[in-house]
Design a binder for this molecule. Sequence first.
Ligand code: PEP
Ligand code: MG
Length: 583
Amino acid sequence: MNAIRGIAASPGIAIGTAVIVAESLSQVSFRQVAPEEVAEERTRLEAALAESAAELTELRDASAATMGREAAAIFDFHLGLLRDRSLVGAIVADIEREQVCAEYAASENFVKFADRLRALPDPMFQERAGDVVDLERRVVSKLIGASGKRLKDLGGPAVVIAHELTPSQTAEFHRAKVVAFATDAGGLTGHTSIIARALAMPAVVGCKDATVQVEDGDLVIVDGDAGQLVVRPDEAVLAHYRALAHRSEARRGALREGADLPSVTRDGTTVHLLGNIEFPDEITAVLANGGSGVGLYRTEFLYLTSPRVPTEEEHYRAYARAVELCAGRTLVIRTLDLGADKYTQEHLEEPERNPFLGLRSIRFCLQNPALFRTQLRALLRASALGPIKVMLPLVSNVMELRQTRMMVHDLCEDLDEEGIRYDRNLQIGIMIEVPSAALMARTLATESAFFSVGTNDLIQYTLAVDRGNERVAPLYNGANPAVLTLIKASVRAAANAGIDCSLCGELAGEPLFTCLLLGFGFRTLSMAPAQIPAVKRVVRATTIEHCELIARKVGSFDSDRQVLSYLQDELRKVDPDAVNLDG
Ligand code: PEP
Ligand code: MG
């Protein structure tokens, strides 16, 4: 038995059979195979090479007919590489000698081959390195596709073990078969973790080398409460975890029972608890957990789960469905937050060097006006069906808000000419996710209909800590006084300007922070639906007066440790069960 420590990304305990999935082309997982599996890996490789050759022959013939012989010669070169014994022979030799899976052997040797070409003095050979990379993608994706297909043929409950998973891969898991997952990479507020929580699927990320330590078919336990992956447990450990799983489910059941009670503090202040969603159908879960609407609908998932760019109609249908399910309740729809770890890099020939500081979110939309207009027009049309608020992600200066408003204004004129109805008072608000926005909150508040503080990004940009990087995960901390100062400045600026300010980062769903946030002045918190009952319990057990006292006290601390231990003590007084659940 072996226990691998990671980050508790999504709560719950699940027991199942490990399925190793190598899904990221840039990071094909290393997987050792048993001696008796070597022949099967060779066969998989041969099948992938044959399938690639058939595709390339077809491509060559089609391009010869339409684009001429020069274009066709490129594919002839690819075909030639597939027959190159020094390349293919080296892949086979690695499978046999090193006993590694076919995708790893193929990827390694393609990369080495490309490096050799790049090192040659003749520029003609250097350029060919790009062809080798292209061919690698073709062949390796076939091998990986095969491991993806294996997921569909699973019998019992499976636990996916991967180096890294994209948010869309996670969203597409077959729920009846995949009960949990664990990854080598990733952090608590990475989007894959957020999806896991939305699916209520136990998950542990940042395990560093789970794909090396776990073998396909191993019995594993994902402990999403403690952040642990247990490999090949003995009977006693299994029994212990079965009992834990039972207790954890009972606790969640008890919390859900109080979900429908009013979200009001003991001294009579209403706190709006809303849900964060990625797909309209999650609204059912928001309401079932006692939420009073949607505070963040991450619309980029329309892109992330589709092989092509969604049309205006597809956008419209999704928003119309959300309006219908919300039935008049609050519905805040965020415009596309693409970029960084979401979507755009896979579609670029040359990925950005620093994508989290690059062309993402509102910047990406403003530089792709056709794509942005499609979404804004669909949003305007859907606003005729029921209340909608539009929220812009990652605004870092006032010009981005003004430019968007101008686009919306032009679109309204078009709709007027076409006689199409829309909400003439559509509210456009912004997320406060970067320090520049928090520091300029007073100015932004004069032009924005509302704020929502996105702490997931605000923490990473304030502390210069990548939210998805397991190596710096301990530094990523919402209790850091610098972060708290910016949160407080944002909510104060909003109050002074008379606009609403909610908080929709993962911090909103942590009972540990509930009193502090109420003390800062927040009256709306938006979170993963499953977190609503636990936060509501704290709201109902406290008073605003006490929360304000907590906020004042926290203002005098200078380290995150002090803040955390004080908040833990306070929460223990208000709701001891919540502390047990957290810790
Ligand atoms: C945030 O950054 O806090 C947020 C809610 O947005 P996302 O997690 O989608 O980046
Ligand atoms: Mg964000």
